[in-house]
Design a binder for this molecule. Structure first.
Ligand code: G16
Length: 548
């Protein structure tokens, strides 16, 4: 493409998606995320970048997802998806940030500079898949994405409203047709099809009940489960709540993030003692479970519990199909409850790696195992399998001893049910239901594996959250000076105390996490650490504002 044709980049920007704010925006934990009103020019520019990225990848398809996931309705966001369905390569995040922040006048020259820098052959075809969540601001932003793609002569394909993991899945399938069909229907066929196959092999036994309540967070995940529900033929009886009707607001007092952080049940869900409830987040990439007991006390089964459940079952399958050479590992973040890490290493005897927050970090670390299980405590995670693992299990399914063959065939269905590209609430829900069914367990029995240490998460608003720097997978704070010493001192007063702070990459806050021997102590420790952040890192207001 000759440089003169880049003029359209500026013309589109000026006429349709001008930069109207000087607020600096950064590619964060999961792309750009801020008030939707500040994002149109950013999304347009990411359309340009997606085309450049596609050409650098020899015309393979790149994804763009318009969503702010767990954030409340006024926010929105955009993230790019690489050809294998994984998050954008980290070295490109700086380029994305640069392109998002230049003035309209400098956009043409910066675009040319980026093309040169990454050595993109602009004569190649480029393909970009675009999806969006249910926010009322999403269609407008999706249109800006399309304009960005067209401005650089790429081919956009719009998927409309889909869950984030569906878009990741479609990108992967478009670039690797052995993975599946790159459509929403193709996704259902693979994931739900595998679940139904497994159900033929594993009859309902023991204390497992096929009735599952679901909190849809008033977002896209619940809507898609409503489509799936009709095809389940009674294999799973889904009672769906918070589907976006009756004035229910996206992620407001409901959804996986609310349930995990506030440790309270969501509004809008009927409560029946001991009934297990699956809670999704706004774009369907996170899942936590909970139930209320007969005293109305909530018991949370978060990402750590899902990880341990899946890891123990996968180990069982591995033993049953006699494939001991395959390496298994589990990846967590600093938010993982200390009790879960102990259970995984000491009881399950599986190695654990701790990495920085953000599925992009976990996914990468998990890929160093044949079978890598990764979950954030907030319910974001999946399982990834190496080619070697898939080939080994397939071979056993064909050539093993009768019992090994049976186990390997089940294992292959289990793999098929997994969305390996990214954490996926729908796929994870079917995985969890499969394990509970296979074991004949109810939620209380699932909960009995180990006892969580009481914990608390808080948010503190400061003038500049980037004033906080961390190291050691975010477990130690290196700036501002004195904060880590203060945290250490506070923690030392508590039995089983642990605490850390980190700047959020999706909200303009500093996050605080604490653990201790009792809930009262965990709450107290979190409040003290939050106050220390407020005092030493430029808190906004008169005292540490501590929203749940
Ligand atoms: C995103 C990321 C997650 C991360 C979460 C919170 O989730 O994909 O990996 O844990 O944000 O990140 P932070 O603490 O930096 O704000 P989601 O579901 O919002 O896309």
């Amino acid at each position: 493409m000759p440089p003169s044709s880049l003029r359209v980049v500026y013309a589109f920007a000026r006429e349709m998606h001008p930069k109207t704010t000087d607020v600096f925006i950064q590619y964060g934990t999961a792309g750009f995320r801020t008030k939707a009103s500040l994002l149109e020019h950013v999304v347009y520019r990411m359309g340009l970048l997606a085309v450049i990225r596609s050409r650098v990848k020899n015309g393979r398809t790149i994804g763009m997802m318009i969503t702010a996931s767990h954030n409340l309705e006024p926010d929105n966001g955009v993230k790019l998806v690489d050809p294998d369905g994984e998050m954008l390569e980290q070295s490109w995040e700086e380029i994305a940030t640069r392109l998002a922040n230049v003035s309209d006048n400098d956009l043409e020259s910066t675009t040319a500079q980026v093309i040169k820098e990454v050595n993109a052959d602009m004569a190649l075809k480029a393909s970009v898949y675009i999806g969006m969540d249910t926010r009322y601001t999403s269609p407008r932003l999706a249109a800006a994405a399309v304009h960005g793609v067209i401005a650089l002569k790429g081919t956009p394909k719009e998927f409309g409203i889909v869950t984030t993991p569906m878009l990741h899945y479609c990108v992967k399938c478009r670039n690797d047709n052995t993975y599946g069909t790159p459509t929403e229907e193709g996704y259902y066929e693979k994931i739900v099809g595998a679940f139904k196959n497994i159900r033929q092999k594993l009859p309902v036994t023991g204390d497992y009940s096929t009735t599952l309540y679901v909190d849809g967070a008033n977002g896209v995940g619940g809507k898609k489960l409503n489509i799936i529900r009709k095809s389940l033929d009674g294999e799973l009886d889904l009672n769906l709540y918070n589907l976006g009707g009756n004035g229910g607001k996206l992620n407001l007092n409901c959804g996986a993030d609310f349930v995990k952080v506030s440790q309270q049940p969501p509004v809008g869900v009927e409560h029946v003692a001991f009934q297990r409830v699956a809670s999704l987040d706004g774009d369907g990439d996170r899942l936590v479970y909970y139930y209320l007991d007969d005293k109305n006390k909530m018991h949370l089964l978060d990402g750590d519990r899902i990880a341990t459940l899946l890891a123990s079952y996968i180990t069982q399958l591995q033993t049953a199909c006699n494939a001991p050479a395959l390496t298994i590992g589990l990846v967590q973040t600093a938010y993982a409850n200390g009790a879960s890490t102990r259970y995984i290493t000491q009881e399950l005897k599986i190695p654990v790696t701790c990495v920085k927050t953000g599925v992009k970090h976990l996914h990468h670390a998990a890929m160093s195992y044949d079978i890598g299980i990764y979950f954030e405590a907030n319910g974001h995670g999946t399982v990834v399998y190496s080619q070697q693992a898939k080939a080994t299990i397939s071979k056993i399914a064909e050539e093993g001893e009768p019992e090994e063959r049976k186990a390997a065939q089940l294992f292959l269905n289990f793999i098929d049910m997994t969305n390996e590209t990214v954490g996926d609430a729908i796929s994870d829900l079917f995985l969890v239901e499969t394990v509970l069914c296979a074991r004949g367990q109810n939620a209380t029995q699932w909960m009995a594996a180990y006892d969580d240490l009481p914990c608390r998460q808080l948010k503190v608003t400061v003038q500049d959250r980037n004033a906080i720097s961390t190291t050691d997978a975010e477990r130690q704070c290196t700036a501002p000076e004195g904060l880590q010493t203060r945290i250490d001192e506070l923690v030392s007063h508590y039995t089983s105390g642990r605490a850390f702070v980190r700047p959020s990459g999706t909200e303009d806050v500093v996050r605080v996490y604490s653990e201790a021997d009792t809930q009262e102590n965990a709450d107290k420790l979190a409040a003290e650490v939050a106050q220390a952040v407020f005092d030493l890192a430029g808190g906004v207001g008169t005292r540490a504002e501590i929203p749940a």
